[in-house]
Structures are given as structure tokens and as C-alpha cells.
Design a protein around this ligand. Structure first.
Ligand SMILES: C[S@@+](CC[C@H](N)C(=O)[O-])C[C@H]1O[C@@H](n2cnc3c(N)ncnc32)[C@H](O)[C@@H]1O
Length: 186
């Protein structure tokens, strides 16, 4: 069973412990290689769990600008690179895992473009996928939290379905986590 450090300030918006336990087990069962490159949108207890379930990581990049999340992750997880301003500053690496649970630091021109067709849109999670697509590894796993909850948040799932991508695995909790792989088409 996973344990959270007592000092970790878990956000009320974090994935549930059941979801984190499932993700921890899923990662362990993959037998990932060492020295992974990981990119995470929306850090918190998810960072702690992912960092501790992979064999090792070369680079772990978190895109986040919410100070309490940054502070508690920084205090509990070693060797994280934080991107606090814009996606444009994400190092262009062949990431093995992309975890999506937020859309902070979306570049203003992407927001403006989306608003042309969806004026009320305030969540840009699905825009992350085409943004990172060309530099992530050929077999990169996309781990999508809120995979089945709330219309704006399930857009990444719809995008993978539209691209005919196979659902690799999922947990059907209220919010859900779904996993897709770049090269795995139905
Ligand atoms: C779903 S949360 C991400 C949760 C993260 N993966 C975790 O494990 O805690 C999405 C975003 O909401 C923001 N957030 C988190 N806690 C918040 C709070 N208490 N109030 C306002 N925004 C918050 C952060 O920017 C975070 O990345």
C-alpha cells in the first residue's frame, strides 16, 4: 500500500488515494527502463507517487504555477524541474511519460485561438497533446487524470478517440485515469 508523507500537503484537487494506488501499481507493472524523462502538468501528490514508482528518472519536468503545490512538491521530491511561466519553456525532450492533470501556464496565443471557437473555455488540457506530440518519445504514455469526469476535462480522452488511439488501461473511479500510448492505434 502506498503511504503519503505526513508532512505532504495534499491538495483537495488531487487524484484520490485509490487512483494513486492504481497508478503506482500500473507503473510498477510496466517494468519501465531506468532514467525516464517525465513531463507532468499539475503537480502535487501525483508527483510524489510517480517519482517513487518509476525505477529512476533522468529529467522530471512539472508545469505548475500554484505556489502551495510547488512548495510541498519541492520539499518532498528531489530533482524536479519546475516550469512556472509558459509551456514554451518546457525542455523539448523525448518524454516517456506525460501526466495531464491541469492546464496552467497555457501560452496566451493558444488561449486566444481556442477562445475564437469556444469563448467560455478555461481549461486547455487537450491542447497539451498536440503541443508536446512531436517531441515526446515514439512510444510515450499519456496518463490522463479526470479521464471520465466533467465535459471540459474529458477533452483529451475525446482527442485520443478521434485519433483512433487504443485505450491501454484505465480506472473507472468518479474522475478516472485513462492511459494512451503514442504509437498504439486501434
Ligand atoms: C487537479 S489539480 C492537480 C493536482 C495534482 N496532480 C496533485 O496530485 O495534487 C489542478 C491544478 O489546480 C491548481 N490547484 C491545486 N490546488 C488548488 C487549490 N487549493 N486552489 C486553487 N488551485 C489549486 C494547481 O495549479 C493544480 O495544478
Amino acid at each position: 500500500m502506498i503511504e503519503y508523507p505526513k508532512t505532504f500537503k495534499v491538495s483537495g484537487r488531487a487524484p484520490s488515494k485509490k487512483e494513486m494506488q492504481w497508478l503506482n501499481n500500473w507503473i510498477i507493472n510496466q517494468n519501465f527502463k531506468d532514467n525516464l524523462n517525465i513531463l507532468e502538468f499539475g503537480c502535487g501528490i501525483s508527483t510524489y507517487i510517480i517519482a517513487n514508482s518509476v525505477p529512476s528518472y533522468e529529467k522530471y519536468v512539472c508545469v505548475e504555477n500554484f505556489k502551495p503545490c510547488l512548495k510541498t512538491v519541492n520539499a518532498h521530491v528531489k530533482n524536479i524541474t519546475f516550469i512556472r511561466d509558459t509551456w514554451h519553456n518546457i525542455p523539448k525532450l523525448p518524454y516517456d511519460i506525460v501526466f495531464i492533470d491541469a492546464s496552467s501556464c497555457t501560452p496566451p496565443e493558444i488561449i486566444a485561438e481556442v477562445k475564437k471557437t469556444s469563448p467560455k473555455c478555461s481549461v486547455y488540457r487537450s491542447e497539451i497533446i498536440p503541443y508536446v506530440w512531436d517531441f515526446v518519445s515514439l512510444d510515450c504514455f499519456f496518463i490522463i487524470h479526470d479521464w471520465k469526469h466533467r465535459p471540459a476535462w474529458v477533452k483529451p480522452r475525446k482527442l485520443f478517440e478521434k485519433m483512433n488511439h487504443k485505450l491501454i488501461d484505465c480506472i473507472r473511479t468518479k474522475h478516472g485515469i485513462g492511459i494512451y500510448q503514442k504509437g498504439r492505434i486501434n
